[in-house]
Design a protein around this ligand. Sequence first.
Ligand code: ZN
Length: 244
Amino acid sequence: MRVLVLSDIHSNLEALRAVLRDAGAVDATWCLGDLVGYGPQPNECVELLRQCEPNVLCIAGNHDCAAIDKLDISIFSADAERAVLWTREQLSASTASYLEGLPERLTWGDVTLVHGSPGEPMWEYLVSAARALENFPLLKTRYCLIGHSHVPLVFVEATQPGLPNGHVMLPGERISLGERRMFLNPGSVGQPRDGNRDASYVLLDTETGRADYCRVEYAFEKTQRLMQQSGLPDRLIVRLAYGL
Ligand code: ZN
């Protein structure tokens, strides 16, 4: 089965469209949360993702829960909080009820889908080998797909006791899912933070166990214009040009 694995769309319709176009025909789409928040088109993004149903698995991210007032946003940055409050005003009843129904984690065969980490699905940034090591024992499957940090990372359990091997993936890189346990983050569709502004995703072949890491350009200026018209914070607008 050919699976499009994506995460952290963040209401960026231009980026989501580019990823769906670039990925081509797939058998399933797995989304690792944060469909909304930060960006200008929350309803449109949810509707477009839902057009892929019934072959969609989707879990909730912290911004999805914040948008439907299910999460305390007092620890959000000022810009993130402003964007959450703006998003709450935009959500259609249909989008809100879809977000309401998203689970915190899902399992498909030997793969777990979770936004942050198995230990803390909503909050933990799994961005270091130490964090990966702490989370391996909490994992009920061999592989775990994560989002949240917006950085395309892979951590593979070490053959000897010790820290996992981790690295930031490069476009065009192919990862093989082998015997050892693994965390894999496809990066962010709508707000990359690894210094590359292109939308980020993974194509996974569940038969061969190959995961291909991909980037695609999109019309980020269009998203920026819509954000400006919506009065969203400047810092959130500028960062899209730099992938930061
Ligand atoms: Zn996010």
